[in-house]
Write a protein that binds this ligand. Structure first.
Ligand SMILES: [Zn+2]
Length: 396
């Protein structure tokens, strides 16, 4: 399966560019459909185009289905494992169950969520947000990519009917539990020296837009004391965010900036900086943002909260059960790790679908970059762990 996926959307950097509803995305969806057909699974798409491949009739036992999987899209120049590891592992689990002669006593689905990274339209987990009602279809359809293409247009271009998207309770009703396996996006498992962990929760996280006003003028003839340089407030934001995050045990990133007019010899008349901040508790993140807002006000800035997601707790009984299953294998000590990254499993958990996650060690600790990696043995350990969990969940 990795050989099939390896060339799809490969960029010159060695990373991947697999954006929602693009040609590459289409290729990946077709590949997924083919793998599911090869295994005799019944593929159904929900109202947003997330692909659910069922083993067993999901409507024969409503609310009893077990879903496993992840996503196949990527960030710009993303790694090979973020998303695909979960999908490939889920398909491998089906193979392992078949090889072991296990016939699930309840329906089992392999799922490929669409548009998890939000790389094209700016909202992460768009596929799961729409079907759970966390994002309205109106908002989703009006999102635009960098070329000005709306999601509605992109869906139409992909041969889909935009008017069909929306909350999909019928699909969610089928899912009793969702387990997403994912490459770890930090160094937790590297430091612990073990291949697999169970997730505890997802840190609260948000995005804020800071708009700093200024006045365009000549970079040579305008005296320093006469300037209103929008870049100074932005510079203060970048350094302040780092300091606040450090003091409060959070993380903060200003990874995107827009400068007007954007000339080397022109004093910036307007600078917009986008801040992403996350932390182990909501109060810490909120306090950091409050202080940064006060600092920015000294530069006349306005601050807009573009998104906020509270702490996501995965389902405790399900997580405990997975940990119990994995801990019974004495070879494997299974830690519980929190994460600063968002996932479809988090969106489903927030919507009341019992959800849990497994993380697989990433020796570089790097993600959203071509440096992201997972050793073959660790990938196998992940598949074995997920197989053990699913075997337990689908047992009578
Ligand atoms: Zn991911």
């Amino acid at each position: 399966m990795w050989q099939d996926l390896e060339p799809v959307g490969r960029a010159g950097s060695g990373g991947y560019r697999r954006f929602a509803w693009s040609r590459e995305d289409h290729t990946l969806r077709e590949w997924f459909a083919g793998e599911c057909a090869r295994r005799g699974l019944d593929l159904v798409e929900d109202r947003m185009g997330n692909q659910w491949a069922w083993w067993g009739d999901p409507d024969a036992a409503p609310g009893q289905g077990i879903a496993i999987g992840s996503h196949l899209d990527s960030v710009p120049d993303g790694g090979a494992y973020d998303g695909p590891l979960g999908v490939v592992s889920a398909l491998a689990v089906v193979d392992q169950l078949r090889a072991a002669g296990i016939e699930p006593s309840r329906p089992l689905a392999v799922v490929n969520f669409v548009d998890e990274e939000g790389a094209r339209f700016g909202v992460a987990c768009a596929g799961s947000r729409v079907i759970t009602g966390a994002m309205s279809p109106e908002r989703a359809l009006s999102l635009t990519d960098a070329d000005g293409t709306t999601m509605a247009d992109a869906l139409t271009a992909a041969g889909r009917d935009p008017s069909q998207i929306g909350r999909d309770d019928e699909t969610l009703r089928r899912v009793g539990s969702f387990v997403e396996l994912h490459v770890e996006q930090g160094r937790g498992l590297v430091d612990l020296g073990v291949p697999v962990a169970v997730a505890s929760d997802i840190w609260p996280h948000g995005r804020w837009r800071f708009d700093f006003p200024g006045e365009a003028n000549h970079a040579g003839t305008t005296r320093l004391e006469d300037r209103r340089d929008a870049m100074l407030g932005y510079a203060d934001l970048v350094l302040g965010a780092r300091k606040e995050a450090q003091q409060r045990g959070c993380v903060a990133t200003v990874g995107k900036v827009a400068v007007t007019p954007g000339g080397v010899n022109a004093i910036p008349s307007h600078v917009t900086g986008w801040l992403d901040s996350r932390g182990p508790d909501e109060e810490a993140v909120r306090a950091a943002i409050a202080d940064l807002t006060t600092r920015a006000a000294d530069f006349g800035a306005s601050v807009t909260e573009e998104s906020w997601t509270a702490t996501t707790h995965f389902d405790q009984p399900l997580s405990d059960r997975l940990r119990g299953v994995l801990s019974s294998d004495a070879e494997l000590s299974v830690p519980v790790l929190g994460t600063g990254a968002g996932h479809d499993a988090g969106i489903l958990a927030s919507a009341g679908v019992p959800s849990a996650m497994l993380f697989v060690r990433n020796p570089t600790g790097v993600s959203h970059s071509p440096e992201e990696f997972a050793e073959r043995d660790d990938c196998h350990a992940g598949v074995d762990a997920l197989t053990a969990c699913v075997t337990d969940l689908v047992s009578p």
